[in-house]
Design a protein. Structure first.
Length: 305
């Protein structure tokens, strides 16, 4: 009886403290996480949006002036911004497309009963566990036209010299580096989707004499469409944030051939100290990715009906 009285007393005292603070017990449990979320996510977003509405320069912090949408309007006349956005869109389209095609092909291959299949899976998934800055530094030396082993092998076999980071190939080399690292991510998602498909439609199609390509086209792809769209959305959002390869290898060069939007934002904000303009660029990128995501999610929901 004494223990029951003591527990009821503790409960009533806890409820009294909660009512004193105006929060019930479940909300008190969530409150620390909410404060942490506000501190590390919501406040930086609000502050960066405030910065985007001001002439905020790190070398003139005593002269911060409100300009409204002036920073956003200035982007319409900023040729460097549109070059960086064009490079980013080119990179995203090429990288995500190649990663999907290679990932889907490898997923179909590894979905079969092959010898040492688990070993191949482990080896193919290895690149995605390396940090992007390390991958950039690694390929910076592997593809170096004078010291790299890959240009040396090409010269030995074909007698031709290839400048992987020259004006014509620099952006495509960055695309290939991203494909090397993140195709395993696409492979992982698509392989998991393939292994979750029901077997009955494939067995019925096989009995009816359907070929392998017909089963892929008429059964696998329709059933895999929601998984494919989800994989493309996830990879597309991450591809828009490409920065490490450019920073480690080309620094946006030669000229502005590889200056993607994230590196351009970094250059404007932390090398030229124009934080207001850089914040406006960042929010336009957020808006573009948000619109693309809404379109793809709407398509995904429409296909799921």
């Amino acid at each position: 009886m004494s223990e029951l009285y003591r527990s009821s007393t503790n409960t009533s005292s806890g409820e009294g403290q909660a009512s004193r603070w105006g929060l019930s017990f479940p909300y008190r449990l969530v409150a620390p996480l909410a404060f942490l979320l506000i501190a590390v996510l919501i406040y930086p977003l609000l502050f960066s949006f405030w910065v985007s509405l001001h002439d905020y320069t790190l070398t003139r912090l005593n002269d911060v002036r409100f300009v409204g949408i002036g920073n956003y309007a200035r982007l319409l006349r900023n040729a460097d911004y549109w070059v960086a956005m064009r490079n980013t869109l080119t990179f995203v389209i090429l990288a995500v497309s190649l990663e999907f095609l290679l990932g889907f092909g490898l997923a179909l291959l590894l979905h079969r009963a092959l010898p040492f299949r688990d070993v191949f899976r482990s080896v193919l998934l290895t690149p995605m566990f390396i940090t992007p800055i390390a991958v950039g530094l690694m390929f910076r030396f592997l593809l170096n036209s004078q010291l790299g082993i890959i240009p040396y092998l090409i010269r030995s076999l074909t007698g031709r010299s290839v400048d992987w980071f020259g004006p014509e190939l620099a952006l495509y080399s960055i695309v290939l580096i991203d494909v090397w690292q993140w195709t395993p991510f696409m492979l992982l998602l698509l392989l998991a989707g393939l292994e979750s498909l029901p077997r009955e439609p494939f067995e019925a199609a096989r009995v009816d004499g359907a070929s392998g390509w017909q089963m892929i086209r008429h059964i696998t792809l329709p059933l895999m469409r929601p998984i494919i769209l989800a994989a493309i959305i996830i990879r597309m959002l991450d591809a828009f944030k490409v920065f490490e390869y450019v920073y480690a290898i080309t620094r946006g060069g030669p000229g502005s051939r590889t200056e993607v939007i994230q590196y351009h934002i970094y250059r404007v904000g932390f090398r030229f100290f124009r934080m207001g303009e850089a914040a406006a660029m960042a929010y336009t990128l957020v808006l573009i990715t948000l619109l693309l995501t809404i379109v793809l999610v709407y398509t995904l929901r429409k296909e799921a009906r």
